[in-house]
Design a protein around this ligand. Structure first.
Ligand SMILES: Cc1cc2nc3c(=O)[nH]c(=O)nc-3n(C[C@H](O)[C@H](O)[C@H](O)COP(=O)(O)OP(=O)(O)OC[C@H]3O[C@@H](n4cnc5c(N)ncnc54)[C@H](O)[C@@H]3O)c2cc1C
Length: 461
């Protein structure tokens, strides 16, 4: 190996990283995270990675499987964190295209709390990173290169629903819990306790069973598909910015293609990052080896007829036994059903499945918002969640290098970024950042052990 100009700092460990194909020998110095505790990994920001590379004419080749929240977040962070001089080629594979799975149809509700308004594990970090990525997408959506087939107005609309989320207390036991949990609220995503009068002024006609609701004014409701398209544009903008007249050190391509097995990528790539959502278990090398359960959810789309008064401008989305995600004054989504063990990942919903979902969701939604009866059904979409096991810290996504899990000798590194459950929007940004750091530094230890410890237990499916 050629001598490398190592940047030494007593606070940093030096990790040699030799990609198996020997196309690129890299040394990265990254902060020690021996305990892999969340706090230590939190401090390992992208800027603290120092790369010293002997770059051959061959690029570092990464395949990202899946173009949902997980896949696009990791792509953005790979591009953002990789050193300027690193020749990096990223190929995204998705059988449908951007937002082809659960991400594209999701309710788009974003806040860092459990249904009982308790701050989730690493909620502050997740919230902060999600806000950053939303801003990236927001900026990209108005960039002059944005050519998604959507008008600029539509693209901006993904972030326009900054109307907050209202969580009504539904029974006494629930109320005590909620009251207790409110104390864990973040200053950047507050939880306010509202009485009936205050709630009515936000949303006239709202019906609070216990005359109390918890309001998260900064919580968001986005149009997920538009967000993903804008984030992809953000990735393309990064590639463009890093190109000069005589060099294209960063390359990014999207291949609309089905992945049937991991062995398709052997020899072609240095790192393969698997972000296939609930369909990850369909790959033969992985099938039965991950502790994931699937759960199909249907979302009903409703419209308000022109002769009715529209949903109030500042009217919040609602989180209750069913949720209402407001998309505009005359458009909202009601969700969601939970069909455990389903293998049906199709976004299409038959009329029979739609009417069953409506029969379940509308009574729940109208308990809190009786005005829903004036809205008219305009369609339904569905997605398959990849649900990870419940731990003492909650349902945590599954991350890490899985070469040991899939067995046999492989010439490249396989990384898993999955099990985002029902909170992909909250988790995708921070975890995408961590996965990118791990891939670039070839070091799984930058990922908190809470997210990789699933590998130590036998899957119970
Ligand atoms: C009904 C419903 C409502 C939800 N609402 C919310 C919400 O309001 N807020 C929130 O935070 N989360 C919500 N979620 C959860 C969220 O959607 C998921 O956590 C998130 O989408 C998972 O992202 P992902 O990138 O891991 O998977 P996906 O979005 O499923 O992405 C996987 C991608 O891989 C592609 N793919 C799969 N198999 C193959 C293959 N063999 N070859 C090639 N490509 C393949 C798919 O086309 C897809 O684009 C909801 C989920 C559902 C089902």
């Amino acid at each position: 190996m050629k001598s490398l100009n190592l940047w030494l700092n007593p606070n940093y460990g030096i990790f040699p990283c030799r990609f198996p194909s020997s196309r690129l020998n890299l040394f990265y110095s990254i902060p020690h995270s021996s305990s892999s505790s969340s706090s230590s990994s939190s401090s390992s920001s992208s800027s603290s990675i120092r790369c010293h590379s002997s770059v051959t004419q061959h690029p570092l080749r990464c395949a990202v499987l899946g173009a949902g929240f997980a896949g696009l977040s990791v792509v953005w962070h790979l591009l953002k964190q990789s050193p300027k001089e690193l020749n990096l080629r990223i190929d995204i594979y998705d059988e449908v295209g951007i937002g082809g799975g659960a991400s594209g149809i999701s309710g788009g509700l974003l806040h860092p709390y459990s249904p009982k308004v308790k701050l989730l594990w690493e909620g502050a970090q997740c919230w902060q990173e999600s806000m950053k990525l939303l801003r990236v997408a927001e900026e990209a959506s108005v960039s002059k290169d944005c050519r998604t087939g959507e008008s600029a107005g539509d693209m901006k609309a993904f972030a326009a629903h900054k109307r907050g989320i209202l969580r009504p207390a539904t029974d006494m036991k629930n109320m005590i819990k909620l009251n207790d949990n409110v104390k864990t609220g973040l200053p950047s995503c507050r939880v306010e306790t509202l009485n009936n009068e205050e709630a009515q002024s936000l949303l006239p006609g709202v019906c609070l069973p216990l005359a109390t609701a918890f309001y998260m004014p900064e919580a968001l409701n986005i149009n997920s598909q538009h967000y993903l398209e804008a984030l992809f544009q953000g990735c393309k903008n990064l590639v463009k910015e890093s190109s000069t007249l005589d060099s294209r050190l960063k390359q990014l391509s999207l291949h609309k293609r089905s992945v049937h097995r991991l062995s398709e990528f052997e020899g072609e790539y240095d790192a393969v990052i698997i972000c296939l959502g609930a369909k990850v278990n369909m790959l033969p090398e992985i099938s039965g080896r991950l502790p994931l359960r699937t759960c199909r959810g249907v979302i009903a789309h409703l419209q308000l007829p022109d002769d009715m008064n529209g949903y109030p401008e500042s009217g919040p989305s609602i989180l209750s036994d069913a949720w209402i995600a407001v998309q505009g004054p005359r458009s909202l989504k009601v969700g969601s059903t939970w069909e455990w063990k389903s293998m049906n990942s199709s976004p299409n919903v038959s009329s029979e499945e739609a009417s069953k979902a409506l029969m379940e969701l509308l009574p729940k939604a109208s308990t809190i918002y009786p005005g829903i009866k004036d809205w008219v059904f305009s369609g339904a979409r569905a997605g398959l969640r990849a649900m990870p096991p419940l731990t003492t810290l909650g349902s945590l996504p599954l991350l890490g290098c899985i070469n040991d899990v899939i067995g046999s000798n492989h010439t490249c590194k396989y990384w898993l970024f999955g099990g985002l459950g029902s909170r992909g929007l909250l988790y995708h940004a921070w975890l995408g950042n961590l996965v990118a750091q791990a891939v670039l530094s070839c070091n799984e230890e930058v990922i908190p052990s809470e997210l990789t410890s699933w590998k130590a237990t036998e899957p119970k499916i």
